[in-house]
Design a protein around this ligand. Structure first.
Ligand SMILES: C[S@@+](CC[C@H](N)C(=O)[O-])C[C@H]1O[C@@H](n2cnc3c(N)ncnc32)[C@H](O)[C@@H]1O
Length: 405
């Protein structure tokens, strides 16, 4: 079975329809299938609040996700992926768009660049699924720059003998170069050059559907290919993802909030590129509890299920040995007095296993006093990464009784 068939991609029905349509286009040289597709199969597309369209994913374990937030597919691209970037528009810019899907993030980058720069823009789009990219040709363009993206997608689909006709009429401006990689992003990143990208957009399905695209080893490749002032943006606020970035030697920061309760995540080798710290309790949980154990994919070729199972095993082993149990969010009570006696008993039972006698013991205060210096605005010294690493170090000292209280 090809990876496209087992990966988390678009819904099976639309997948089959798109493949049939492009198959017929090649054999009959007839433009009708593509031109009429959207009107004929409109119900398969999901209208989002800003008027742009999304599609549903394949059903995995009875779960379906749309490719974009219902709050607005193209707005999400601008808000989550473009706004946090700090491009130097006087210099050439290189962007890596991972999980390019319908090409909205790429199109938003083109729009931003054309508005602000006269330099050169290179975008490397990576998407596992030809049918999903082909859907990008079938949806109405939410912004004019999407027509440029469509042209680049169509060119590659013709090269790969998936599309038969050149129907897209937009011209790709001379100062913009768009490469389309149609393969598993884990394979692509290994081929990319060191120190290349100003921005990486990381836009997979959620971590439980696609943990392979949030792994520590994948992020280590990012660390190699990103420039020192480059920024990675992703929509998720997940602890293992943020922990993975830290272990891969990135600074991390809070991303914009759009269509969700919590802000996403930003990562950069340079702390000065990231304005906002993570929330305090997120830092504490990542540093001290087993939720802060990242996804691992050592050969960059493991199956999602195995990556999830392996992490569950690692969490169980770490609990009460190197990490405080994440049950009842135990670590966030360190340094706090607790009124709820029942909860307090549970929390203190977990803490005792790490040689922390109570939530207000000197040991507890020693670990979280790092947060006394917490500032929302980050800088070179005062930032989420440094606090998380310091709390981890202190927990280890307490557990191993290297320090007397
Ligand atoms: C949330 S959607 C991305 C939406 C997209 N950024 C856009 O602008 O339309 C996730 C995408 O990841 C793709 N994908 C899944 N596994 C992949 C892999 N291993 N490598 C590359 N792309 C993958 C799916 O086919 C899907 O299009």
């Amino acid at each position: 079975m090809s990876y496209e068939n087992c990966a988390r991609i678009i819904n099976d029905d639309i997948f089959d329809l798109v493949n049939e349509t492009f198959g017929r286009e090649k054999s009959s040289r007839n433009i009708e299938g593509r031109v009429n597709f959207f009107d004929t199969y409109k119900d398969y597309f999901v209208l989002t609040d800003d008027g742009s369209y999304s599609i549903n994913s394949k059903e995995i374990n009875h779960k379906v996700e749309t490719l974009h937030t219902s709050t607005g597919a193209i707005s999400e691209s601008f808000e989550k992926f473009i706004k946090p970037m700090k491009f130097n528009y006087y210099e050439d810019i290189a962007v890596l768009d991972i999980c390019a899907g319908l090409g909205y993030n790429t199109s938003a980058a083109i729009a931003d660049f054309l508005k602000n720069s006269k330099a050169n823009l290179t975008i490397d789009m990576v998407e596992i699924s030809k049918a999903t990219l082909a859907c990008g040709l079938l949806v109405p363009s939410p912004i004019p720059e999407h027509d440029i993206t469509k042209k680049a997608i169509e060119n590659e689909l013709i090269v790969q003998d998936y599309a038969g006709l050149s129907l897209e009429t937009a011209e790709i401006p001379e100062n913009i170069s768009i490469n389309v990689f149609i393969e598993d992003a884990r394979q692509t990143v290994q081929k990319l050059d060191d120190n290349t990208y100003d921005a990486i957009f990381l836009d997979p399905f959620s971590q439980n559907m696609a943990p392979e695209l949030f792994s520590l080893e994948f992020f280590r490749e990012f660390r190699r290919i990103i420039k020192n002032d480059g920024i990675i943006a992703t929509y998720t606020s997940s602890a293992p993802v943020r922990a993975g970035f830290i272990e891969a030697d990135f600074y991390i920061g809070l991303g914009p909030i759009f269509g969700r309760m919590q802000g996403g995540s930003l990562a950069s080798p340079n702390p000065e590129m990231l304005d906002w710290s993570l929330p305090k309790n997120d830092e504490i949980r990542i540093a001290l509890s087993d939720v802060g154990i990242p996804f691992r994919d050592p050969g960059l070729n493991n199956k999602s299920k195995d990556i999830l199972n392996e992490r569950t095993r690692e969490r169980q082993n770490a609990r009460h040995s190197t990490k405080i149990s994440s049950a009842v969010k135990t670590p966030i009570f360190l340094g706090q007095t607790m009124d709820d006696e029942k909860l307090k008993r549970r929390v203190e039972r977990n803490l005792a296993k790490m040689n922390i006698p109570s939530t207000t013991s000197p040991q507890a205060n020693y670990i979280v006093e790092v947060e006394d210096d917490y500032r929302e605005k980050q800088d070179f010294e005062n930032n989420s990464r440094n606090r998380i690493l310091e709390m981890e170090k202190r927990l280890k000292k307490v557990k191993e009784e290297e320090i007397k209280f």
